[in-house]
Each structure stands twice: as structure tokens, then as C-alpha cells.
Ligand binder design. Structure first.
Ligand SMILES: Cc1cc2nc3c(=O)[nH]c(=O)nc-3n(C[C@H](O)[C@H](O)[C@H](O)COP(=O)(O)OP(=O)(O)OC[C@H]3O[C@@H](n4cnc5c(N)ncnc54)[C@H](O)[C@@H]3O)c2cc1C
Length: 431
């Protein structure tokens, strides 16, 4: 027995060392949904989730809390990259993921607010309009985008929802994604001019989006998982021995498990493993070229807004192909994004501040949002997202008994539940 294992008690080792049918690495939304799906389908299987962080997750408790399909200019870019079928596939996965969250957890437990979404555009000559110069380039595709979204949200939901009383089922009628007509901010009413900043041009409204509290959402997923009999262990980090993560146990010696897994505190016996490690996948699986690129996302929380601005900024706001996002929470503005201003520096899993991006976000709040220059900012934080070159998440078998689900491309609150479900179905079929 390795020395380090002596630090753990007999009870701790007995509870954790297995053998386990499935180990899921990563207790973000994706890993939790993967584990939940395994246990829902096969309640007798023994499932363990390992999470290296003792507080929260790398992205799932550090995001903006939008449940959405994406803004018009973001989907325009996805369409160009993926083609119409690829876009449809992506949207239907996001939609299924949102519905899964609502059906499994209900709206109260996740702090859901049904809100309108908006994509805000800057004036053509503004520095905030570099990427999408004019709303007019987006408006012509809205009718077709609306048809694609309607089709994508009409696919049957690929799991059997647990029947809940009232709330989520009743709310469902409101959840119809739809992009509305262009609304200019200025010049509509000269007596009562808009409070938006001089660089703001107007917006495209989005019929429904969800606003959630990501911490509560993950907490209720943890509760759901534990209620099903899944063991979730925080503070255990999966490590490598050389280039490998698993070591194979000769079948003749131990028929009830196939692999040994090393963690920072003890070895674990298992039959099958799912890596739901998102941005940190490359650190762990570098030898398998998983193709996940880490990207930092930074957010600022303001001090309390005045009531007029608070009312004006009610909803989920997107800009610049999804690179900028903001909403209010408890009277404050949460403003984040801007990683496209400095991609190279943001390809990191460090959580330090990028001053250039902070300055960009603060200028945006003045020049586009029309907020006071001397507005106080109370706090700042970052999280790390996992991106793929294709723009689609990875959900696949790596080798015998090993599965990967990662690369939610900054949309994991919607995609993670569905991708977690899919990887669980694939892994169960091969089990
Ligand atoms: C600032 C910001 C804003 C965002 N806003 C939104 C939004 O509004 N809407 C939306 O849909 N998405 C948003 N996202 C993206 C979303 O948060 C992610 O896509 C989603 O949380 C990914 O979930 P996940 O479970 O795949 O990954 P994570 O939440 O990162 O979970 C993976 C977990 O694996 C663990 N792990 C990794 N390696 C190991 C190891 N070796 N051993 C043990 N554990 C390990 C990590 O500690 C981590 O907690 C945002 C992200 C950020 C950073």
C-alpha cells in the first residue's frame, strides 16, 4: 500500500477504493448528468464521481447563468462554420439539455427566472462593433434562424422526464425560442431619450431565455445524484502514472474490476471511466490528444445600480457573437466576456485578471450601456471553459473502458446535461 494511503482511515478507504462499475471524473454539470443518467438507467451499478475542487467547479459554478440557445450573431457564426444541419444538431442538443435541467430539477431549486433575451448592437463606427459591424448583416437571416430553432426545439426530448407537479411542465409553453424585430435605442422618443450609451445602436429581442443561479443549480444536481445513491467525492484529484491514467489489472487475478486509477490520496478500482473534465482535459489526457482548448472567461459584478438602469437591464443580454454577456442579479450588473480581445492570453487555466479585458468591459459599460463612468465594481472572478476547433463538443470513446465528454464551447449550462446523458448511453451500451 502506498504511504499516502496511510493518511486515510480504514473507513475512508473502504468507502472510496471500490470496485466501482463507473467512475466519473469532474463534478460540473456535464459529469453530474452523466453519472445521473447511468444510475437512472441502471440503478444497481455502483457509481463514483471524483472532483478535485473542494468548492464548486471550474466552470459550472463560475458562469453567467444564462440558459439559452445563443444570440443571432453567434448562431450566424455557428451556421457558417457547421452548415445548416450542424447548427440544427447543436441547437437541438442545447434545447434538450435545457429541458432536461428543467424537468429533473424544476425551476425553484435552480433559481430560474424566465426573462427576455436581447442581442445588443453597437454603432457601425464604434470600437465595440469591430466584429459584427452592423445589425443589418444579421437581420436577413433571422426568419430562417427562427425556423431552424423551431424545428430544433420540436425534436422529441431524448429522455423520459420525471413527471413533476405544476411548475416546469406549466412553464414549458413560454419556452419557445424566437428572435424578434430590430429595435433601435435612439431617436424613438425625443421627449424621453434612451438611457443607453452613445455607442449603442439597438437590439434584437429573444422571446425566452432562462436566468439561473449556477451555484444552486449544481447544488441541486449534487443532491439529485446523491439521492440516487451516487457517491460524490470532492477534494480527490485524478493523477497520471507516466502517460497513463488507468493501469490494467490482469483478468486472472481480479475478475470484479479491470483497472486501477490513481488519485492524490488513494488508488481506486473500477470497470469503466468517464472524463468530464472540460477545460482541464488536456492536463489529464495529453497523451490522447483530446483537442480541448482552455479559455478563461472573466466576469465583473457592479455595486447596486440605480432603479432606472436596473429596470432597463432586466433580461439576458448578449453582444458580439456571444463574446460579451450581461444580466442583473440582486440589483447588481454582472458583466462578462471579452476573451476575443486577447485570445492568446486567455488560453490558460489560471484565474488571474487580464487588465486589458477588464478595461474593455468597463468601457463597454459606459459607452454602450450608458452606465456612469465612476460606477463602483464590487468583485471580479474568472472561470475556465473548454473549446473545440470544430465548435461541437466531444462525446466519444477514447479506448476500452474510457470515455470523454468535454468541450462545451462556453454553452455548457445548456449543452452539458444532454452531452452527459449521451456519453452515459454510449458507455452503458458498451458496458
Ligand atoms: C465566465 C463564464 C461565463 C459562462 N456563462 C455561461 C452561460 O451563461 N451559459 C452557459 O450555458 N454556459 C456558460 N459558461 C460555460 C459553462 O459554465 C460551461 O460550459 C459548463 O459549466 C461546463 O461544465 P462541465 O461540467 O463540462 O465543466 P466544469 O464545470 O469545468 O467541470 C469539470 C470539472 O472537472 C474537474 N476536474 C478536472 N480535472 C480533474 C481531475 N484530474 N481530477 C478530478 N477532477 C477534475 C474540475 O475541477 C471541474 O470542476 C460560462 C463559463 C464561464 C467561465
Amino acid at each position: 500500500m502506498a504511504d499516502i494511503q496511510k493518511e486515510l482511515s480504514y473507513w475512508e478507504i473502504q468507502a472510496l477504493s471500490g470496485p466501482w462499475d463507473f467512475v466519473v471524473v469532474g463534478a460540473g454539470v456535464t459529469g453530474l448528468h452523466a453519472a445521473i443518467e447511468i444510475k437512472r438507467q441502471q440503478p444497481r451499478l455502483q457509481v463514483l464521481i471524483l472532483e478535485s475542487r473542494t468548492l464548486g467547479a471550474v466552470a459550472s459554478t463560475r458562469n453567467a447563468g444564462f440558459l439559452c440557445l445563443g444570440s443571432p450573431s453567434e448562431l450566424q457564426e455557428d451556421w457558417t462554420k457547421l452548415g445548416e444541419n450542424g447548427l440544427m444538431e447543436l441547437l437541438s442538443a442545447k434545447w434538450a439539455g435545457i429541458q432536461r435541467t428543467l424537468h429533473l430539477l424544476g425551476s425553484k431549486a435552480i433559481g430560474l427566472r424566465n426573462v427576455l433575451g436581447y442581442e445588443v448592437f453597437a454603432r457601425g463606427n464604434s470600437r465595440f462593433a469591430q466584429a459584427v459591424p452592423h445589425h443589418e448583416s444579421v437581420l436577413p437571416i433571422l426568419p430562417r434562424l427562427n425556423e431552424i430553432m423551431a424545428q430544433a426545439s420540436n425534436f422529441p426530448i431524448p429522455f423520459i422526464p420525471k413527471q413533476r407537479k405544476n411548475e416546469s411542465i406549466k412553464d414549458k409553453s413560454r419556452h419557445t425560442p424566437y428572435f424578434g424585430d430590430w429595435k433601435p435605442f435612439h431617436g424613438l422618443n425625443p421627449v424621453n431619450p434612451s438611457n443607453w450609451g452613445p455607442d449603442a445602436s439597438g437590439c434584437i429581442p429573444i422571446a425566452w431565455e432562462g436566468q439561473v443561479n449556477p451555484f444552486l443549480l449544481r447544488e441541486s444536481l449534487l443532491r439529485y445524484a446523491r439521492n440516487l445513491g451516487i457517491r460524490v467525492q470532492e477534494g480527490l484529484q485524478v493523477t497520471k502514472t507516466g502517460t497513463n491514467i488507468l493501469s490494467v489489472v490482469p483478468a486472472s487475478s481480479k475478475p470484479d474490476y479491470k483497472y486501477n486509477l490513481k488519485t492524490n490520496l488513494l488508488d481506486i478500482k473500477l470497470k469503466s471511466i468517464i472524463y468530464a473534465t472540460n477545460a482541464l482535459t488536456c492536463n489529464l489526457l495529453s497523451n490522447l490528444s483530446p483537442g480541448i482548448i482552455p479559455q478563461r472567461g472573466q466576469m465583473w459584478a457592479s455595486a447596486a445600480l440605480n432603479p432606472v438602469d436596473l429596470a432597463r437591464l432586466n433580461g439576458n443580454f448578449h453582444a458580439d457573437r456571444g463574446y460579451l454577456y450581461y444580466r442583473t442579479q440582486q440589483g447588481r450588473l454582472l458583466l462578462g466576456g471579452g476573451r476575443n480581445q486577447d485570445f492568446a492570453s486567455e488560453q490558460t487555466d489560471e484565474w488571474s485578471e487580464n487588465q486589458l479585458i477588464s478595461n474593455y468591459l468597463k468601457s463597454y459599460s459606459v459607452e454602450v450601456l450608458g452606465l456612469p463612468e465612476n460606477m463602483e465594481w464590487e468583485s471580479r472572478w474568472s472561470g475556465t471553459m473548454g473549446f473545440t476547433v470544430s465548435g461541437l463538443p466531444q462525446c466519444r470513446q477514447l479506448q476500452d473502458g474510457e470515455w470523454l465528454v468535454a468541450g462545451m464551447n462556453g454553452m455548457g449550462m445548456a449543452l452539458g446535461p444532454e452531452m452527459g446523458r449521451r456519453v452515459a448511453c454510449m458507455a452503458l451500451q458498451a458496458f
